[in-house]
Design a protein around this ligand. Structure first.
Ligand SMILES: Nc1ncnc2c1ncn2[C@@H]1O[C@H](COP(=O)(O)OP(=O)(O)OP(=O)(O)O)[C@@H](O)[C@H]1O
Length: 706
């Protein structure tokens, strides 16, 4: 918890900084600032991770980000370990002053030695005495410095939160680890809570990609060319180091002449650094890939993945894709290399090729020469001057490089903060949201004018779909390939949004929280998942709270007619299943995995659905081609099981509504209602007998299937 004074101060700082910065930039949220920083004056959009130029607009945007999210972010990080973080910051500042002190005490020793030698009464005993006192004091001081550093590193007495059960070695590691944990957890949370329509939005994808980069910047200083916000302490350390050295240099060069010479010297120190800024072209090398270059980079990566992915290996061999992969990769790689080369040429201006270092070195020696002229100049002060100047040069270079990286990091931070605020598109507003009330006789469904177009597609996959289903009815959806059956399943299961109204149990589906809604249904997707995991997890994912219950998992497996499969597996439920293209490692050796046939995988997907299907709160079951890979006998048994599950075990009355998508018309005819889909819409709807009597497209399809 922050102290109230600190909170007031933070609010004041935030509002004044925001007022100062947002005047000329019309942005309100982290998302808008992030968006604005990606747009180039040419209208192009930067690819995720591209560097932002150091322009006036971007500096303003960076200041807005600092005023809108950085305070909150840092105060959160600080609140994880207030004492440790404060200690870490303080020690870094103290450590950065130490080099100047070190130089100063070295100079003192040199001066005293010089005095001893030049005073005229040098004796060996006086030298030994000097070594025993002054040098020993310096050694003692250094030991103390070392102890301070060690103390800073092993300060581990403060308790760590229980969730951070990681191996600790130093105070800084603890602070960094907790920050890393917080950021990575938040990043994972952003991903997990967003729904498919939100994740399909290209802007959101880019936002999450940059937010990912921000989270990765915590994995180690400077990795991926990024710095985490915690590395900002380097800026403070470097600035303190420069400042302390400058003070020393100033104290050495008294008088107006020396002052101007010192200015000249400092100018010569900073000029090379300034030149590196000027050398930066208006558009930075990494900033803009042209669409062609971005496509080439993408293609190059795809080809690389194809070559490495073992899941694709059989078809790559069967269809002889090796040469094609190599050729495509090579042409894409050439485009990428050419673009990198042309950028390098643009960057290598004449300035970069001029070597001024000798000249600057000479300029920095002018004050040294002047110092030598003065009677007060001692060997110690000369040594101190030289070492301090060198330290200023090094620290200034480090400061510029760190500032640049932090500048980029600020924009990634805006992506991270904006990602936190992205609302899942399917989530109803708080005022609109209602709890799903399951119907004990099965869900009632009414679809009015449902339409859906996949993002980026010109044609809708669903067009004006209308039907209604009473509680406990079974509906079989049939139709040719591509007629829209699976798309309708996704709409009914609230995986994607659609136009029109879908009323379930008397309430628009849009008013249900998708998480709540999904608690009351179960089913199998046409492209169900094959998890690279044990049998227990592959089935238990259907109801994670029962994952540890052997009997629940085994009875679900039994319902899916997969008991004999389980018995044949070498480690039963613990057998790790092999999914194409995924090799699991423990230590350095691959885990022994067990492959399954298509039909066996399908049985496990059914078992997963049955884990939840039996639950009384579930009132809707939807199976999209659940038996496509099963033999005829298994198909019939599974349909019997689905029918049994959808009824009360005591009275036999229907308790769940069932929707079944299938190409097997012999099974579809067992449903209460049949819907025939053509070109994205339902063209015939009724009982099997009604539709046969109608003698339309369904009747023709049915006759053809016999
Ligand atoms: N992710 C997608 N992006 C764009 N278009 C898609 C996508 N998925 C499906 N489509 C298109 O939507 C239409 C309906 O596809 P859908 O999968 O719903 O058909 P289906 O009736 O289930 O086919 P099948 O019987 O082969 O499973 C098709 O034209 C298909 O090309």
């Amino acid at each position: 918890m922050l102290a109230p004074e600190l909170r007031v101060m933070r609010r004041l700082l935030k509002s004044s900084l925001f007022r100062l910065t947002s005047k000329s930039v019309p942005v309100n949220s982290a998302y808008e600032v992030w968006s604005a920083s990606r747009s180039l004056p040419t209208g192009e959009i930067l690819v995720p991770g591209a560097h932002r130029t150091v322009s006036l607009l971007n500096i303003r945007l960076a200041a807005i980000i600092v005023s809108t999210c950085a305070f909150d972010f840092f105060s959160h990080i600080w609140s994880l370990h207030p004492l440790r973080t404060t200690l870490m910051l303080s020690l870094n500042v103290v450590r950065s002053v130490l080099p100047a002190f070190r130089g100063y005490s070295q100079a003192l020793i040199i001066d005293q030695l010089q005095q001893l030698v030049t005073s005229g009464d040098f004796t060996w005993s006086r030298l030994i005495n000097f070594l025993m006192t002054d040098v020993a004091r310096e050694v003692g001081r250094r030991i103390l410095e070392g102890v301070l550093e060690t103390y800073a590193s092993v300060f581990t007495t403060i308790s760590t939160p229980a969730y951070m059960n990681l191996c600790r070695t130093s105070n800084e590691t603890i602070v960094m680890d907790s920050a890393k944990f917080f950021v990575e957890y938040a990043q994972l949370e952003h991903r997990v809570r967003l729904d498919i329509p939100t994740l399909q939005d290209p802007q959101i994808r880019d936002l999450l990609a940059e937010s990912d980069l921000f989270a990765r910047s915590f994995s180690g200083s400077g990795s991926f060319g990024l710095l985490s916000p915690l590395d900002c302490i380097h800026i403070i350390s470097l600035a303190t180091e420069i400042f302390s050295h400058l003070l020393l240099i100033l104290s050495l060069t008294g008088g107006p002449v020396h002052f101007w010479v010192l200015l000249l010297s400092l100018f010569s120190v900073t000029l090379p650094i300034l030149l590196t800024w000027i050398r930066c072209p208006e558009v930075h090398s990494d900033d803009t890939f042209t669409p062609r270059e971005a496509r080439a980079a993408d293609r190059q990566e795809k080809m690389r993945n194809l070559a490495y992915d073992e899941g694709h290996r059989p078809e790559i061999e069967l269809f002889g894709l090796g040469d094609w992969i190599l050729k495509t990769w090579a042409s894409a790689r050439k485009v990428v290399l050419d673009s990198e080369h042309s950028r390098q040429l643009q960057e290598s201006s004449i300035l970069s090729n001029l070597n001024f270092s000798d000249f600057f070195f000479a300029v920095q020696n002018i004050p040294l020469v002047l110092l030598l002229q003065t009677s007060s100049a001692s060997l110690g002060s000369l040594t101190l001057y030289r070492s301090s100047i060198q330290s200023v040069i090094l620290a200034s270079k480090g400061l510029v490089a760190t500032c640049r990286m932090v500048f980029q990091g600020i924009f990634l931070m805006s992506a991270f903060c904006a990602a936190k605020d992205v609302k899942p598109q399917l989530q109803p507003t708080e005022e609109d949201a209602v709890c799903y009330q399951p119907c004990p006789e099965g869900a009632r469904i009414e679809a009015r004018g449902l339409s859906y177009t996949y993002p980026g597609c010109p044609e809708p996959a669903l067009k004006n779909v209308n039907f209604s289903l009473r509680s406990g009815e079974t509906l079989a959806i049939v139709g040719h390939n591509g007629s829209g059956k699976s798309t309708l399943a996704k709409v009914l299961l609230r995986i994607v949004d659609c136009e029109g109204d879908l009323i379930v149990n008397g309430t628009s589906i849009r008013r249900y929280d998708p998480f709540d809604f999904h608690q009351h249904m179960s089913g199998v997707f046409q492209n169900f998942s094959k998890f690279n995991s044990t049998v227990r997890e592959n089935v238990g994912f259907g109801r994670v709270e029962k994952m540890s219950s052997r009997t629940t998992i085994e009875s679900a497996i039994q319902l899916a007619e997969a008991q004999s499969l389980l018995n044949s597996l070498p480690y039963g439920l613990r057998t790790v299943l092999e999914t194409p293209g995924f090799m699991q490692y423990t230590g350095c050796s691959p885990v022994r995995q067990h492959g399954l046939s298509g039909g066996e995988w399908q049985r496990l997907s059914l078992a997963r659905a049955f884990m939840r299907a039996n639950e009384p709160q579930v009132d809707l079951l939807l199976f999209d081609e659940p038996t496509a890979s099963l033999d005829a006998l298994a198909q019939s048994l599974i349909f019997d099981t689905i029918d049994r599950i959808s009824r009360s075990p005591t009275t036999g009355t229907r308790t769940k509504t069932v929707i079944l998508i299938t190409h097997r018309l012999s099974l579809a005819r067992r449903a209460d209602r049949v819907a025939l889909m053509e070109n994205g819409t339902i063209t015939e709807f009724g009982s099997h007998e009604d539709l046969l009597q109608k003698d339309g497209a369904y009747a023709a399809l049915y006759r053809a299937s016999l």
